[in-house]
Design a protein around this ligand. Structure first.
Ligand code: SAM
Length: 280
């Protein structure tokens, strides 16, 4: 039988191919094309506009790294806002923290949530937890209009175009600062240091003008182009290394597969080309 592959062609210069077992879902929303396929070797994949968002095999890396550095830095995270993240993986990690009373997910595309709930319970089951609340809305509008306050905001968005474009802008981060409590932390998907260094540079310089503390953290994963990926990390004062208490991670007894106190201490160490790009 002929082998069929699912290809992600990135920026027209690199292609990642996954061996296909079967196609489970494909739908078009007002914002994007949403697909779920089952692969031989990486479990189910969620793809948006042909780009791999989630693979069951390695999603734990991205989701642990976008959530735990921020939640273990904040002294007592109780209210958390996730923008994007309709697959539910980030909410799953947030709800592992017993201090969290409420996690609001603001996802613009109901089709992503519905497809994830139906085909990827590994990440989406957390959306049905009694502490989580799913709002189908534009995250830019939500932060501009809400009078709720949050201890941690996580921007788990797609790339800086289409519906996500303004999630990489100054107005959005000014509003995020307004809705963060005193020790507030915001962690944001920033892209590939190899293929999208301009996105990281822009996000770093925009947040640097708004927040007193801004850092970049790196991690490796299996399914994103180039493997190496970045988050920006901004706070209203807490420093992700100086104010981090490693003992809290052990004491939490959380069952994590990637994140630990050593990974936290190391993920803010940047290679020279990236330091140069952000002017460090
Ligand atoms: N981990 C993925 C990555 O790094 O590319 C992101 C996963 S998550 C599925 C991205 C989500 O952001 C998508 O479901 C998309 O619909 C959502 N999104 C994009 N723009 C948005 C906006 N303005 N407000 C809320 N959600 C948005």
């Amino acid at each position: 039988m002929k082998t069929v592959w699912v290809d992600e062609v990135y920026q027209g210069i690199v292609r990642t191919s996954f061996k296909l077992k079967r196609r489970l879902f494909k739908g078009r929303s007002p914002f994007q094309t949403v697909e779920v396929v089952e692969t031989a070797g990486h479990g189910k994949l969620l793809l948006i506009d042909g780009m791999t968002m989630v693979s069951e095999r390695d999603e734990f890396v991205y989701h642990e790294m976008i959530a735990h550095p921020a939640l273990f830095l904040h002294p007592n995270p109780r209210r958390v806002l996730v923008i994007g993240g309709g697959d539910g993986g980030t909410v799953r990690e947030v709800l592992k923290h017993r201090s969290v009373e409420r996690c609001i997910l603001v996802e613009i595309d109901a089709l992503v949530v519905d497809a994830s709930r139906k085909f990827i319970p590994q990440t989406a089951d957390a959306l049905s937890d009694k502490r989580s609340r799913v709002l189908i809305a534009d995250g830019v509008k939500f932060v501009a209009e809400t009078d709720l306050k949050f201890d941690v905001v996580i921007v788990d968005s797609t790339e800086p175009f289409g519906p996500a474009k303004e999630l990489f802008g100054t107005a959005f981060y000014s509003d995020v600062k307004r809705i963060l409590t005193e020790d507030g932390v915001v962690a944001s998907q920033a892209g590939s240091p190899f293929y999208e260094i301009s996105t990281i540079k822009n996000l770093f310089s925009i947040t640097k003008k708004i927040f007193p503390v801004v850092e970049v953290c790196l991690f490796n994963n299996l399914t994103y182009p180039g493997g190496l990926w970045a988050f920006t990390f901004a706070t209203k004062g807490l420093h992700p290394l100086k104010d981090f208490k490693p003992a809290r991670v052990k004491a939490s007894k959380l069952k994590l597969r990637w994140y630990n106190a050593e990974i936290h201490a190391g993920c803010f160490a940047l290679p020279n080309f990236l330091k140069a790009a952000i002017g460090r």
